[in-house]
Design a protein around this ligand. Structure first.
Ligand code: NAD
Length: 498
């Protein structure tokens, strides 16, 4: 077999590949190993952090309007290259091309937000807070930021982090998922083409060891992480213990409540789209349908099963495919285990996607629908991250809310109803970070911020949008006085403005 290309790091504008430790990269639709990615050891990570540190003074001193120019150009380049980037995403992740283009489009929103950085970085000023005394506040960069991203959004999540961090005058070391690392390099090259100086955005590849070196490096000042809950929690603990600012977004189990008065056809369309889109490998995928009343559950299950029959599963590069494969063979087998184990736990497997057969060696699985699911079953309690929709039957709205508020995950949720009063109550009662009303995947537009509660986010700030400006800056408050020399005197009392 011919040697495979090793996907390189990008450090200070130069590509460098490591071959001592590597990981395989597959095309999940064919099962073919299409490349290897070199893993950075701590000394390589130190080089990347040093490059980012060296680029910091120059980038920080770059005028805000010139910084904004980079984002305007980047937006243009992303639009121009959407299809190329989507093809990279489909090849390594497996998601269908239309979905990949959607991912790029949502990432562009973050770039558009960052392009408003002159406005975003404005401070406040209070004149004459005391006689002859003014106060103003500024927002200054934190320093070198480590950005660690998951496999499921290989372009959008790096854009969430890099756009705001760089806009704020920071420099970045991005560590993308080792399962689909090429999109991060593609983005870094577009940033360079847009005029971003070398060293402001560096990409290092690797696994837990690489991440550990970033978390322990004294020159890394802030850590943004998105991934699974156990890793998010450990990242938060280790980086915080090292004195760094951290935001670590974790896993999810998103519930969609359907009230008896909902438009059941629209709810079934939404449930199928939101649970099986991207083969369920979205942190905002709907994985639990909470049907209020047995009649609602029965009506929905019939409608969902009909829609499942019409789904086309295949290579994401084929425009006819609506759903692609899972990321790896191991993950596919893990997902299948939840479905095959569900009946023994007392659930009813209405549609068993594990029985669907596919030609070739791709990591495909059919979609599954499981009824009579309850807390305490593995299929309910654990994040599956695959095309498996569980139905939990409840008797009332209150029972639905109590179920969701008791879940350890609290990333997103949605309610389907025609009654505004119920929707409003839900918005008040539900303890989840992102809420949809007749919207199954309520990922907020780029001018708002994104994040869950409980085990779906460790730290205080949500990602992208206004909260990211807060996370990626340090506020400084300056109190100024230009006294007349004749007013100067010694006064040991605590200065009072009263
Ligand atoms: P993951 O936690 O396995 O990996 C995420 C990142 O952490 C990768 O870059 C990986 O290389 C690194 N990593 C892996 N093991 C590590 C270790 N031991 N120590 C330090 N770093 C390590 O997640 P994944 O499988 O790539 O992504 C899927 C998960 O991400 C799901 O749980 C999904 O819900 C979650 N996710 C959450 C959000 C959100 O916004 N809350 C968004 C997307 C994905």
């Amino acid at each position: 077999m011919a040697a495979l290309d090793v996907i390189p790091h990008l450090i200070g504008g130069a590509e460098v590949a490591d071959t001592a430790r590597t990981g395989p990269v597959f095309n999940p639709a064919t099962g073919e190993r299409i490349g290897d990615v070199g893993f950075a050891d701590p000394s390589r990570v130190a080089e990347a952090v040093a490059a980012a540190k060296a680029a910091l003074p120059g980038w920080r001193a770059t005028g805000l309007v010139k910084r904004a120019d980079v984002f305007f150009r980047l937006r243009h380049l992303l639009l121009e290259h959407t299809d190329d980037l989507a093809a990279v995403l489909t090849r390594e992740h497996g998601k269908v091309l239309a979905d990949a283009r959607g991912e790029v489009s949502r990432g562009i929103e973050n770039v558009e937000f960052a392009a408003g950085l002159v406005h975003l970085l404005k401070g406040e000023h209070a004149e004459q807070v005391s006689r002859g005394v003014d106060v103003h506040s500024t927002k200054q960069p934190v320093g070198v930021v480590a950005a660690i991203t998951p496999f499921n959004f290989p372009a959008m999540v790096p854009l969430w982090m890099t756009s705001s961090a760089i806009a704020c005058g920071n420099t970045v070391v991005l560590k993308p998922s080792e399962k689909d690392p090429s999109a991060a390099l593609f983005l870094a090259r577009l940033y360079a083409e847009a005029g971003l100086p070398d060293g402001v955005l560096n990409v290092v590849h690797g696994d837990g060891e690489t991440v550990g070196a970033l978390l322990d490096h004294p020159d890394v000042r802030a850590v943004s992480f998105v991934g699974s809950t156990p890793i998010a929690k450990s990242i938060y603990t280790r980086a915080a213990a090292n004195g760094k600012r951290v935001q670590a977004l974790g896993g999810a189990k998103n519930h969609m409540v359907v009230m008896p008065d909902a438009d059941l056809d629209a709810a079934a369309d939404a449930a199928v789209s939101a649970s099986y889109g991207a083969a369920g490998e979205r942190c905002m995928a709907i994985s639990v349908l909470v049907a209020v009343g047995d009649a609602t559950a029965d009506a929905l299950i019939g409608r969902i099963a009909e829609r499942i029959d019409r789904l086309t599963i295949g290579d994401g590069a084929d425009p006819a495919s609506e759903m692609g494969p899972l990321i790896t063979a191991e993950h596919r087998d893990r997902v299948a285990g939840y479905v095959t184990g569900a009946a023994a736990e007392g659930a009813t497997v209405v549609v068993d996607g594990t029985r669907q057969e596919f030609a070739g060696d791709g990591f495909f699985i059919g979609v599954s629908l499981v009824d009579h699911v309850r807390p305490g079953m593995r299929v309910y309690d654990e994040e599956i991250f695959g095309p498996v929709l569980s139905v939990v039957r409840v008797a009332s709205y209150d029972e639905a809310v109590a179920l969701i508020n008791a879940s350890r995950y609290a990333n997103g949720t949605a309610i389907f109803t025609r009654d505004g009063r119920t929707a409003r109550e839900f918005e008040l009662d539900i303890e989840v970070g992102l809420v949809g009303v007749n919207v199954p995947i309520p990922v907020p537009v780029g001018a708002f911020s994104f994040g869950g509660w409980r085990d779906s986010l460790f730290g205080d700030t949500h990602m992208y949008g206004p909260e990211s400006i807060h996370f990626y800056t340090r506020r400084k408050v300056v109190t100024t006085r230009w006294p007349d020399p004749s007013e100067s005197q010694v006064n040991l009392g605590f200065p009072s403005n009263h």
